[in-house]
Design a protein. Sequence first.
Length: 367
Amino acid sequence: MKIYLVGGAVRDRLRGMEPVDFDYVAVGGDENALRRRVPGLTRVGQGIPVFVRGAAQYTLSEFSDIHDDLASRDLTVNALAEDEAGTVIAHPLALSDLRDGILRPVALANFLNDPLRAVRAARFAAAYPDFTVHEDLLAAMRAVTEQRLKSVAAERVGQETLKACAAPRPGNFLRVLGAGNALAPWLAEFAGADRIPAGPPQYHDASVLEHTARVMDGCAGDGMSVWMALCHDLGKTATSPELLPRHHGHEECGQELALALALRLRLPNRQRVAGRLAACWHMAAGCYGDLKPSTRVRLLLELEKAGITESFFRLVAADHGGEYLERAGRELNVIKSVRLPEKHRDLGPKSADILLQMRCEALCAKS
């Protein structure tokens, strides 16, 4: 049995970066042989034999030769291996594509065998914005039909989406999925969004898809903020053509679409709530200073409950240009400092009305 370090760790080392993930492949042996070589392994999953030990993951290759294993991978820049002596084994185009910054598929058949690779390719475009997406990669993505993509486990697509949200240029995820005709079925709301104006020309010079991608890029570095950017204008994708380029009421429709998207991708409840709130409040928060005190109280308390205040106002800044986080933080502290007097407690809805009035008065007094 031979054990090789493969994929991202080798790629990152060759680029002078510190590897984060350590994936190994074992060629020419079975599970017992692997366990003898690497004690303390825990098997995970039900499909291909995969094992973990600490931060390292080991896979039993279905191939008897490392070159055949590399030929089965997604991108040439990932078709890299390092043997136990430190020798690098590479796909014929891997090193040149890594040097030239090209994202190219190893083979079309590999994308058909695992349709998730169409989504993963877009995630790599977000993670490596200095790399060029080769036309062959877009062709491979386009060859993966919607029906094939539908067969992928929702959780796998959801994880790729969250990884893209954490990438340096997350908007590329949306752009490349669109260019590769791979938005449906998982991000189907955006299919055709490149032909929908984001708004009247005096306010927007891009489509809904490109505007969303730009806002995502503006939130880079904060994965939750990027996720909210992805969701904030979803309602615009459902605007009736006769109403364009305006999108009156897209906030309400967007809440349902954002929730449906998070559920479809099997994302945690925090993303479900955050996406819905982004769709609901992003327009109002864009003119935060002009909101009524009661509206500001409601907005700030909802954001605080969800634990997304900072990420939300980062989205607002990327979308509208206004910097309201510092003011919102001060006003939230004012709101939280208000205590309902004992005599007004336990009065049902009346107590809530009194507390709201007291909070509004406190905000006005601090203005």
